[in-house]
Design a protein around this ligand. Structure first.
Ligand SMILES: C[S@@+](CC[C@H](N)C(=O)[O-])C[C@H]1O[C@@H](n2cnc3c(N)ncnc32)[C@H](O)[C@@H]1O
Length: 332
């Protein structure tokens, strides 16, 4: 499958997503629509396989700019798509609402979550996601949301900031960065811009390559907090699995260890059957796993893709499949 180069956002592992997700006609949900790159690949695969009859793609994003871009990018598949502004936290209720409007059963054949922010969001200086671009300290994916990064940087206490940088950024110098921010605030007033915050971090981090890592980690921590990314992810995984039809699949691409740990843990929990205490010799488990792992290990991008799209370097894909009730839980 040839992918057109997309300046807005180049989709990662698109061929693998199509191969692992698109198996039958049905309802597909792209919970992180972005510019619609993955959705386009899924729709094109449905079309090529002769599955467009009986299929629908529901695209969800909380960012208006992403929805505008995707609407244009997917215009040729207009009859096959419903694009919704919303948080994938509510994936189950969004599916139910769209399906009831369309007179369809809310049973999903495939769900994709391609986590984090798009290249477009990072490259838009006015969104404040990047320490490389001068802009306001914003970082909201949903610009209607109330909490932004400036609120956190200027109102959290020293300990709260340190905890945040450590927990969501795994930043070893979390305490000294937090102290530097609080001292700076006391002396100069609120920190309003990405450059101003980056300046404080630069003067308080170790030199060289380590500064870049600290900048990335602190900005990542703020972004996760602003958008409640990790709490939302855990809930969405449970909700998404509940929405899957028999043999329906869920694919998740994560970009850092905190995300991947949640995906791995929730998937493992759903795969596992509970056979009770050892030695009891039950013929049936007390609780049967509800999914199987389609990917035993995380799938990573090939070198060729990483060379043409550096974002692919940190991508990790995991896929599970819903077991029909009364089916068996095992890896395959
Ligand atoms: C990595 S990009 C997805 C790019 C997309 N796969 C493509 O091919 O263009 C992630 C997108 O998901 C959106 N997003 C992240 N978390 C979300 C959430 N909890 N609910 C809805 N959208 C979310 C972001 O606004 C962003 O547009």
């Amino acid at each position: 499958m040839l992918m057109a180069h997309n300046k807005f956002h180049e989709p990662v592992l698109a061929a693998e997503i199509v191969a692992l997700l698109v198996k039958t006609p049905g309802i597909y949900v792209d919970g992180t629509l972005g510019g619609g790159g993955h959705s386009r690949a899924i729709l094109s695969a449905l079309f090529d396989a002769g599955y467009s009859e009986g299929s629908l793609l529901i695209g969800i994003d909380q960012d208006d700019a992403a929805l505008r871009q995707a609407t244009g990018n997917l215009s040729e598949y207009e009859g096959l798509t419903v694009l919704v502004k919303g948080n994938f936290l509510g994936i189950g209720s969004i599916v139910k609402k769209v399906c009831s409007q369309k007179g369809l059963q809310p049973k999903v054949a495939g769900i994709l979550l391609d986590l984090g922010v798009s290249s477009f969001q990072i490259d838009s200086a006015e969104r404040g996601f990047s320490y490389l671009r001068p802009g306001p300290l914003d970082m909201r994916m949903d610009t209607d949301a109330s909490l932004n990064a400036a609120d956190i940087v200027n109102n959290y206490g020293e300990q709260e900031l340190a905890r945040l940088f450590y927990r969501y950024g795994e930043e070893p110098r979390s305490r000294s960065i937090a102290r530097a921010i609080v001292l700076y605030r006391q002396k100069n007033g609120p920190v309003m811009g990405t450059e101003e915050l980056a300046g404080i971090i630069r003067t308080n981090a170790h030199g060289g390559e380590k500064v870049i890592k600290t900048l990335s980690r602190v900005f990542q921590a703020l972004r996760i907090e602003v958008n409640s990314e990790l709490d939302v992810l855990r809930q969405a995984l449970y909700d998404g699995i509940d929405s899957l039809d028999d043999h329906g699949r869920m694919a998740v691409i994560s970009y850092h260890s905190l995300e991947d740990r949640i995906v791995k843990t929730v998937f493992a929990e759903k795969v596992r059957s509970d056979w009770g205490p050892k030695g009891v010799g039950l013929r049936e488990p007390l609780h049967r796993g509800s999914v199987i792992a389609v990917t035993r290990k995380q799938v990573v991008a090939a070198l060729q893709e990483i060379e043409s799209n550096p974002r692919a370097r940190s991508a990790k894909l995991r896929v599970i499949e819903k077991i029909p009730q009364g089916g068996h839980s095992e890896f395959r």
